[in-house]
Design a protein around this ligand. Sequence first.
Ligand code: SF4
Length: 361
Amino acid sequence: MTVNLIGLDQEALRGFCAGLGEKPYRARQLLRWIHHAGVDDFSAMTDMSRVLRERLAQSASIGAPRVLHDTTAADGTRKWLLDVGTGNAIETVFIPETNRGTLCISSQAGCALECSFCSTGKQGFNRNLTVEEIIGQLWLANRSLGRGVTEERPISNVVMMGMGEPLANFENVVAAMRLMLDDSAYGLSRRRVTLSTAGLVPGIDRLGDACPVALAVSLHAPNDALRDELVPINRKYPIRELLAACLRYLSKAPRDFVTFEYVMLEGVNDSADQARELAALVREVPCKINLIPFNPFPGVGYRRSGPEAIARFRDVLMQAGLVATVRKTRGDDIAAACGQLAGRVQDRTRRTRSPQQEPSR
Ligand code: SF4
C-alpha cells in the first residue's frame, strides 16, 4: 500500500525519507513540490534523481478528495463539492475580493453540534475529515485557481468555517493548519488563518497552546437562554465560560481581537434591546462583531432579518463603541453563501435530507 504524502508535515516526511534511506532535506523538497508547485506526479520532481522518483512512485502517492462538482457564481465565488467516500461529500468555497482571496474549508463530514439554524447541524455527524482531506481542499483549490502559491497568490486567507466544528477534530485540523503555516508548504501567516468555533471551551485553550491562529466564535445570542436554543453546546459551555476562554486565548493569539459571528434571525435575536444586551455582554473582550444575514434553507423555521433590522442592530453596537460589520452575501446563485453550502450530497447519517445541506457559522 502506498502512503499519501499530501497530509504529511515536514517531520513526518523526514521519517518517510529516512525509511527510503534518503537525507532529511528531501522532506523540504517534497513539501515544496507538493504544496508550492501543486504537483501530484513524482516524475515532475526534476531536482530528484530518476531512481528516487521511481522509488517514490512505487511507495507513495499525492492525492486530494475527488471533485464531484466545480461551480463558479456570477460574483466569482467558486465552490467545489468533494467526494469523501461512502456517499459523503463536503464543500470548499473560494471567495475572491479586491485585495484578498479567502478559502473556506470544511473539517468534518456533517456536524454533531446541531445548531438550530444550520443545515449541517440538521444533517447529523458522519465522521472527522483526515489531514489529507483537510489540506487537500487547499491543495485542490490552489491548483484549480491556476497559480502556484509562490506567484501571485489567489488564496491569501483560509477560514476553518465550512462544514463541521473544527475543534471537535482537533488533531487533524491542527496538523493541517501547521502545513498551511509552514513556509515550505503554503507559508500563510497565523493572522490569515482563522478557526471558527461554536464554543468548545477546552478546545480553545488547547488551540492557544498548540497552534494559535485568528479566532472566530459563533455567538449568535446575547444571553444563555437564547443561546441554549440556537447553539446547544452552550448548555455545556455557557457564555461566561466562553468569554473567559476568549480572553485567555487572546494572550496567545496572533491577533488582538476575537471575531464574534452573529447570524441575524428575524424576530429571534435581532432587536435593538438584544443589540444593547450583546454590547454589554462582550464589552470586556476585545472583539469585532460580524453580523451574518441568515440564508434560509428548506424546512428551517427561521427567516433572514430585514436590512433595516440589521442596520439598526449594527448601529446600536457601533454607538456602544464596538466594531461591527455586516457580512456581504456571496455566491447566492450557486448556494455557496454561509449557511447554504452543498447541494445534492448523499448523506447516510439521516434518512431524510434537504436539497441544501450545509454550514455553517
Ligand atoms: S453552525 Fe457550525 S457548529 Fe453549529 S451545527 Fe453548523 S457546522 Fe456545526
